[in-house]
Design a protein. Structure first.
Length: 554
RNA sequence: GCGCCUGUAGCUCAGAUGGAUAGAGCAACGGACUUCUAAUCCGUAGGUCGCAGGUUCGAAUCCUGCCAGGCGCGCCA
């Protein structure tokens, strides 16, 4: 709807210029908005005001020129007016709207899809939690955001790959192995001092028990190094399996799990460091190798190889991101916890120094989650091992509620997640508010089927009966969905879909309370049935983007 | 000290590329179920968009400075 109007305006501008009324053909991009105030029409454009400078004309004069040259082949415009400083307001005929319903019904699951990303390969890397413990609530938010961003991109035609990077090398894995080994010894009757820097959670004990069951006491008889390694391997593997399962329960699966260790094993880290040396961005100082990230806008240089000869985490990341681009991705998106934001400049530097345009690398920062119960903070200490896992949250409030709530805020805003509210089945809890729309409509459709009205066959006669204000508002909202998807995608902001759905749900509930779908008049009933069926499809499509189910009954 | 994020109704938050009179929900108060699911709806009330300048036809939105809160500033990951 909006796009066809844009065409009309652009054509009018060209014609006006050809006719010599406008002085230059230098036009701004046509922008169209939906005025909040409906006395300003269905749509409005500020084209005349934006053109004033280039045309050296008064905005209202330009507006008049547009009106004089406007064509309307589909006869959808009722009237146009010039208003205020130079807005052009468009009032559409009531008959312009109902065809949208038909379009939604016809396109079904693909309504909202587009091809704006066609031919672009894009990778979204998210969660990537260290395999040293189960996922917690914060990871859940990152997972929900990352997966929905990927869904949005796919919907817009991008070729998307989801990837999880496993930090399965380095000191933390060693620590993991040590933690498990100590618990093993403890279980076998030794008295051990369990150091503070080891992982404290109960899951370490569980892993130790499982390992003893599998291997018996043979384990502790090995040399320390050997035993730690064995424990680490076993534990990391088990934890990753658990993470994978949690994510699956959460409705998320990855196309690829990428091992950090593999970057060492196949020499990629070595190679990328050599390459940086040859590009003269590495230098040796105090026995360590430094990357001159300051040449690329970072505030200080960063170490990639330590004095002791070990590479840093940053070195792995350089190799990893280089590999992403070598695999042919046009865009690379990392979803990170906001506490890593200080890492962005050096990572961007690394991308640029590796020979790739830094704009091709983007980071979505996800702010932290404050877990509450009855409005009071739930204690969360990673030190103490006393944190609430994603699995526990899913078990308590359900995956749908959790995912929806994670997406009720801009990912750059911190989020209060109240377990009590998440379980409530009231207006406080927007998941049910939206899902209820789907269930209610399903109920109407069942009822209609009982009455022999199962075929939603659309015709102009039925469409012409959709004249109530609430109906036109609903249809307008449906028409807005594809734009909402595109805007959310371009901004990598899935929460906009959440808000779109809440708004559509509000419009539907109001309509439902005021008008009956199934009534005496068969033609009217059919028209309304098509309308609510279309609403149901858009609700379902939107919930699918969020990874939330659309139930037929509640 | 430097950097990033945040500051909008009593509370929790939306406000795409700058647009016309700044919006929801909750909480408060008053109403609507013999009819397609009341997990719903309708109404009332609520504002110096942190503060001060600037840019322009026009600023919650862009720029500068300040104030408040969060996070980050390791040869850790």
């Amino acid at each position: 709807m909006k796009n066809s109007l844009k065409e009309l305006i652009a054509n009018a501008a060209r014609k006006a210029h050809a006719a010599g009324v406008l002085t230059t053909a230098e036009f701004p991009a046509v922008e169209i908005e939906e005025p909040k105030n409906d006395t300003h029409g269905d749509f409005a454009t500020n084209f005349a005001m934006l053109s004033a400078k280039a045309q050296r004309m008064a905005p209202r004069k330009i507006a008049q020129a547009l009106l004089d040259h406007m064509e309307d082949p589909q006869a959808m415009i009722l009237r146009m007016e010039i208003a205020g400083p130079g807005f052009v307001n468009f009032f559409l005929k009531p008959t312009a709207w109902p065809p949208v319903v038909q379009q939604v019904l016809a396109q079904d699951q693909t309504y909202g899809a587009s091809a704006i990303g066609a031919g672009v390969r894009i990778q979204v890397e998210f969660v990537s939690a260290n395999p040293t413990g189960p996922l917690h609530v914060g990871h859940g938010r990152g997972a929900a955001v990352g997966d929905s961003v990927a869904n949005l991109l796919q919907l817009c035609g991008f070729d998307v790959q989801r990837e999880y990077y496993i930090n399965d090398s380095g000191r933390q894995i060693q620590t993991l192995g040590r933690s498990v080994l100590l618990r093993c010894r403890e279980l076998l009757g030794e008295t051990v001092v369990f150091p503070e820097e080891c992982y404290q959670g109960d899951y370490i004990r569980d892993l130790a028990r499982a390992l003893i069951d599998a291997q018996g006491e043979a384990l502790v008889r090995r040399s320390d190094d050997q035993a730690v390694l064995e424990c680490a391997r076993f534990a990391a593997q088990a934890i990753i399996a658990g993470i994978r399962q949690d994510l699956e329960t959460f409705g998320i699966s990855f196309d690829r799990w990428y091992s950090e260790q593999s970057l060492y094993d196949n020499g990629r880290i070595e190679r990328s460091l050599e390459e940086l040396k040859s590009r003269q961005v590495l230098y040796l100082q105090d026995g360590a190798w430094w990357f001159k990230t300051t040449d690329f806008g970072d505030e200080k240089d960063r170490v990639v190889v330590r004095q002791n000869g070990l590479t840093t985490y940053f070195a792995s990341d350089i190799a990893y991101h280089r590999d992403k681009f070598e695999r042919g991705f046009d865009r690379v998106i990392d979803v990170w916890g906001a506490d890593h934001h200080g890492y962005i400049p050096r990572m961007r530097a690394a991308v640029e120094a590796s020979g790739y345009a830094p704009e091709r690398f983007e980071v979505v920062l996800v702010q932290l989650v404050n877990l509450l119960r009855d409005g009071l903070p739930v204690a969360m200490g990673k030190r103490s091992g006393d944190f609430v896992t994603l699995r526990e949250v899913m078990e308590e409030v359900g995956s749908d509620a959790a995912r929806f709530i994670f997406l009720t805020r801009d990912h750059e805003s911190p989020l209060d997640f109240d377990l009590t509210v998440a379980k409530q089945k009231t207006n406080d809890n927007p998941v049910y508010y939206v899902q209820y729309v789907h269930a209610r409509i399903a109920s109407i459709l069942r009822k209609a089927a009982e009455q022999g009205l199962s075929d939603l066959c659309w015709d102009d006669a039925a469409g012409a009966r959709l004249v109530e204000v609430e109906e036109i508002q609903l249809i307008k909202a449906l028409a807005r969905y594809p734009e909402a998807v595109q805007a959310a995608t371009l901004a990598l902001a899935p929460h906009r879909i959440t808000f779109f759905l809440m708004q559509l749900a509000a419009l539907f509930h109001a309509y439902y309370n005021k008008h009956r779908v199934l009534g005496e008049d068969p033609v009217l009933s059919r028209g309304r049935l098509c309308l609510v069926a279309a609403v149901q499809k858009v609700i379902r499509n939107g919930l699918t983007v969020l990874g939330v189910g659309a139930p037929d009954q509640m």
